[in-house]
Design a protein around this ligand. Structure first.
Ligand code: ADP
Ligand code: ASP
Ligand code: MG
Length: 413
């Protein structure tokens, strides 16, 4: 008998028919004697719908109120799934994040889980209940409802699995595992039977939304066995493996991630003096705006052009702050571009294989794509390109690094 945490994403609970199918699936695990905790997302499109309602009233609603609103999506699904389980003769109880007491910090709309009070859940499990917990939400010390950022139900699931010391955390979604790149963009993308935790962390942080980055962080920190599976098709899915395979067996590149959510800002003609980077980026950080890629070009007239990227949602605010800084430090004009995208190749094999960067640049050059910015880490190389070239870039890299599936390969392990 094992304890399993199963998370079902928005599409998998998108209508009543699917909710009943999920209930059937959960009931089958219970029939085997497993204890099951289910984490659900809002029905597909619901979080966006709620967000749009809020924006009909205010451009920037208070984050506290936004959280109260957005958290309702998941609450609806918990009740519906519990009812569907009850209908099948399975004892089930629904819980909101606050009811469980998933304690978070108070960073509304992007809160981090601090602690989970698992006593109540353990009590219910002992009494034979399936627990259906609302993903994506928690409560802060002051009793305010918080949400964990888009895709946050993954994190709820992994955090619950860690708190309950579950045998496995299964993330059920609308694809049958983690692929070499988003299978919706590249037809020839191949399912990976295993990906290392480190690689998954980079893929998620570079934009592969199949798992929320915090979920992967949690899994790594608390050693939670994590698997991504299709909600309605049987198959082994993808195991996020905690051990690194030996370099001999490791392919150089595990996958390609991309992200359209960035925008780039440039401040021209800033004085080339010590401390100028801090003068520019300090206030951006204080405004709670995260900076990603940074490039500084020194020109011959003792000034620097300073370019960096931020999340697209933060662009307007970043521009405001930057214009003010430009005034204060006597820099030139501030320009911005939101039609950019970031493409990253990720693989632990990079550590032992030289030449990945040159292969990447060659592949992009061959299809006529200009690289606007470059950034690297030990197991990842990212480039910023014009958004209109994104798809071409991903396809060119996928093929250059030999990631396509063999047409004969049925994707079985
Ligand atoms: P859910 O609603 O179940 O949480 P998401 O839409 O958040 O599902 O995540 C699943 C989606 O992630 C897939 O439909 C796919 O388009 C996308 N995706 C992006 N990169 C990858 C990848 N490398 N492997 C698999 N899916 C990916
Ligand atoms: N419903 C939330 C979202 O759409 C959380 C999730 O699905 O994980 O982002
Ligand atoms: Mg998701």
């Amino acid at each position: 008998m094992s304890l399993i945490v199963q998370k079902f994403g928005g599409t998998s609970v998108g209508d009543i028919e699917r909710i009943e199918l999920v209930a059937k699936k959960v009931a089958a695990f219970c029939a085997k004697g497993d204890d099951v905790v289910v984490v659900v997302s809002a029905m597909s499109g619901e979080t966006n719908r709620l967000m749009a309602l809020a924006h009909e009233i205010q451009e920037r609603p208070l984050p506290r109120e936004l959280d109260v609103l957005l958290s309702t999506g998941e609450q609806v699904t918990t009740a519906l799934l519990s009812m569907a389980l009850n209908k099948q003769g399975v004892k089930a109880k629904s819980y909101t994040g606050a009811q469980v007491r998933i304690l978070t910090d108070n960073a509304h709309t992007k809160a981090r889980i601090r602690e989970i009070d698992s006593d109540r859940l353990i009590g219910d499990l002992k009494e034979g209940y399936v627990l259906v917990v609302a993903g994506f939400q928690g409560v802060d010390e002051g009793g305010n409802i918080t949400t964990l950022g888009r895709g946050g139900s993954d994190t709820t699931a992994v955090a619950l699995a860690a708190a309950l010391k579950a045998d496995e955390c299964q993330i059920y979604t609308d694809v049958d595992g983690v692929y070499t790149t988003d299978p919706r963009m590249v037809d020839g993308a191949r399912r990976l039977s295993k990906i290392t935790f480190e690689e998954m962390l980079e893929m998620a942080s570079m934009g592969s939304k199949v798992l929320q980055i915090r979920a992967v962080e949690f899994a790594g920190k608390y050693n939670v066995p994590l698997r991504v599976l299709h909600s309605f098709k049987d198959g082994p899915g993808t195991l996020i493996s905690m051990e690194n395979d030996s370099a001999m067996e490791t392919p150089t590149i595990a996958g390609i991630a991309f992200n359209r959510d960035e925008a780039k800002l440039t401040i021209e003609g800033a004085p080339d003096v010590p401390g100028v980077a801090y003068q520019i980026l300090g206030p951006i950080g204080e405004a709670n705006i995260e900076v990603d890629v940074i490039v500084q070009n020194v020109s011959h007239d003792s000034t620097v052009d300073f370019t960096f990227t931020v999340g697209r949602d933060d662009l307007a605010r970043a521009e405001e702050v930057l214009n003010q800084i430009a005034n204060e430090i006597g820099a030139g004009k501030v320009t911005s571009d939101s039609k950019i995208a970031k493409v990253s190749v990720v693989g632990v094999g990079m550590r032992s294989h030289a030449g990945v960067a040159s292969q990447m640049f060659a592949a992009l050059g061959e299809v006529g794509i200009n690289i606007l910015m470059i950034t690297t880490s030990e197991i990842k190389i990212s480039v910023i390109v014009e958004e209109k070239f994104l798809e071409l870039a991903v396809r060119a890299l996928h093929s250059s690094f030999g990631l396509e599936k063999d047409p004969k390969d049925e994707n079985t392990d």
